[in-house]
Design a protein around this ligand. Structure first.
Ligand SMILES: Nc1nc2c(ncn2[C@@H]2O[C@H](COP(=O)(O)OP(=O)(O)OP(=O)(O)O)[C@@H](O)[C@H]2O)c(=O)[nH]1
Ligand SMILES: [Mg+2]
Length: 323
């Protein structure tokens, strides 16, 4: 398929073209990279329209099961739902694809849903960059909700939080240690905490956990328009969803009204640009042995105490500019 055809088809809502386009942007071949850039340029004016929601949580907390029921509910309300994954835990198997095929059985067969597992190549930074581009492609293809699942391990949840409009953390009700074992930074990033598995034997525990978290969280206020919410849910029994969905759209309305929504997207793209620029620079330096040697010589002088770090930095900049 010609590139122009591909981008036209992506924009016109063709699902196979979307899958193909994502495969193209995930490719690491140099020739594909050039095509991918052209494609992104074409689709960019059509991107940006979805509500982007990050869903994080430790393995087994029920993210995929939650996405299955949430996605189907959203589709019932007339939305189109794309699901992407950023999963650094298993670069070889491609994250939890096998689990997801069975956990998101109904959603994966729905015409209004598109599910794409995590790209398998490259470092987390690379995977995250591709996920950003995949979000744009899904938006250009007509999806108005993009859900991004990530396992709450290492950097991935920070990466995901930095590319979404709304960030959710799923938790399980654990007796006694509700406030432990979960990174404080992540709680501060979240707009909603969802206590999943609020059913059967753990129903009461989940309610107790909800109260405790809500009390601990009401002090945090995000940009004055939103206090993080704590809600319970059972993905198994499909309970708690209407409140979660209402809160999602409340958040969207409030953050748009307050200006946070737009500001946040601008900040995110600025940060992304900076990190892309940094990797372009690293790539440039790595491929120029002479320049690399000069920069290393400054570094050695700093390490040996011959010049100060700030002198060293200035010297390095000069080498780069006069190169
Ligand atoms: N009782 C109960 N079990 C649940 C619920 N949601 C998920 N489970 C079970 O929890 C297990 C893990 O669910 P997943 O949806 O695969 O969890 P996940 O967070 O996506 O897991 P990873 O992708 O491996 O990180 C499965 O056995 C589910 O059936 C729930 O609301 N209640
Ligand atoms: Mg999963």
């Amino acid at each position: 398929m010609k590139l122009q055809d591909l981008s036209n088809k992506v924009i016109s809502g063709n699902r196979r073209a979307l899958a193909k386009a994502i495969t193209l942007i995930e490719s690491t071949l140099d020739s594909d990279r050039t095509e991918a850039h052209t494609l992104m340029k074409e689709i960019l004016p059509h991107a940006g329209k979805a509500l982007r929601i990050g869903i994080s949580g430790i393995p087994g907390v029920g993210k995929s099961s939650f996405i299955e029921v949430l996605g189907l509910e959203l589709i019932k309300k007339g939305h189109k739902v794309a699901v992407l994954a950023v999963d650094p835990s298993s670069p070889i198997s491609g994250g939890s694809i096998l689990g997801d095929k069975t956990r998101m059985e109904e959603l994966s067969q729905n015409d209004s849903a598109f599910i794409r597992p995590s790209p398998t190549t490259g470092s987390l930074g690379g995977v995250a960059a591709k996920t950003r581009e995949s979000i744009y492609l899904c938006e250009a293809n007509g999806y108005d909700i993009v859900l991004i699942e990530t396992v709450g391990v290492g950097q991935s949840e920070y990466e995901v939080a930095s590319m979404v409009d709304l960030f959710m953390v799923l938790m399980v009700p654990n007796a006694g240690d509700e406030l432990q074992g979960i990174k404080k930074g992540i709680i501060e990033l979240s707009d909603m905490l969802i206590i999943n598995k609020a059913d059967g034997d753990t129903l009461v525990l989940a309610e107790n956990a909800r109260t405790q978290y809500q009390n601990a969280l009401h002090i945090i206020k995000k940009d004055k328009f939103w206090s993080p919410l704590v809600l319970t849910c059972s993905s198994l029994q499909k309970t708690g969803l209407p409140k979660i969905i209402d809160s999602i759209f409340d958040f969207q309305n409030e953050s748009k009204k307050s200006g946070f929504f737009e500001d946040n997207r601008k900040r995110q793209i600025q940060r992304w640009l900076k990190s892309l620029f940094q990797s372009e620079l690293d790539h440039y330096i790595k491929n120029d042995l002479e320049l690399k040697k000069k920069l290393t010589s400054s570094e050695t002088k700093v390490v040996n105490g011959e010049i100060s770090a700030s002198q060293g930095a200035k010297e390095m900049l000069n080498y780069l500019l006069n190169h």
